[in-house]
Design a protein around this ligand. Sequence first.
Ligand code: ZN
Ligand code: ZN
Length: 295
Amino acid sequence: MVDSHAHLQHERFDGDREAVIERAVAAGIERILVPGWDLASSEAALALAARHPGLIQAAVGVHPHHSAEMDETAWARLEGLAAESLALAVGEIGLDYHRNLSPPDAQRAALSRQLEIAATRGLSVLVHDRNAHADVTEALLAWAAAGPGRRGVLHAFSGDRPMAEALVAAGFIISFALPVAFRSADGPREAAAVLPAGTFTVETDSPYLGPDRDRTNEPTTVLRVTAELARLRGVEPEDLVAPIRDAHDGLLATSVAFGASGPEPAARHAGSFLLGVLGGLVAIGVIAYLLLLRP
Ligand SMILES: [Zn+2]
Ligand SMILES: [Zn+2]
């Protein structure tokens, strides 16, 4: 199981961060992707990933709320962070017309600049979209069409089925958070019911989007999100675990980097299967030979 989006570097975890991480591991969570929202939180995400190799993965980026804070010095620093080997994605980036804490023009400029940083470094993007479905879709489809291997994830997806399908067709994946369990979330619920397995993942957006407004959300909530997706799709939650992990790993292309602790590359499965068959044939040959030689 994975949590594709959790801000574990947030100060709300300062008192119990390691306990939260231990609970996640105990619940079967194998990777937690920790996105930044400004320079300091991006640096903190990299530091957390360094402390928990193979479990915590870092993304660096500037959230639309903080777009207006960026000057040329800050952009140069972000480019430096994106060049770090532990930076596996650029995020979270995007547009938020709900709160407009930065002017929309500054948000759009920061989004396109970060899309270019991701393309330059060959990194995926983690995209925040609130009340900006049309502009986000347009920006992502244009970006993906402009070069090979450009991909990303729509985090805490709040759009509808046609939007999800258009982005999946362009190579993006969709990430669902707990609001998909709420009856008011018609669009995400419809998308979650029909998207092909392997094109979506799950997240908590911890410490936000929890089941209880007054309590800090944490990665173990992905189990509830997964159960809700299974219910919407008429399958068992266990059936979704492998496709969700594959979608997450494909996004970050981490299967090689994770080595033994990650999923086995398909080629290795095929290889060991062939070796097994060959071994069996050799054994049968040896037994037949010995039987023939018997006086
Ligand atoms: Zn977000
Ligand atoms: Zn977030």
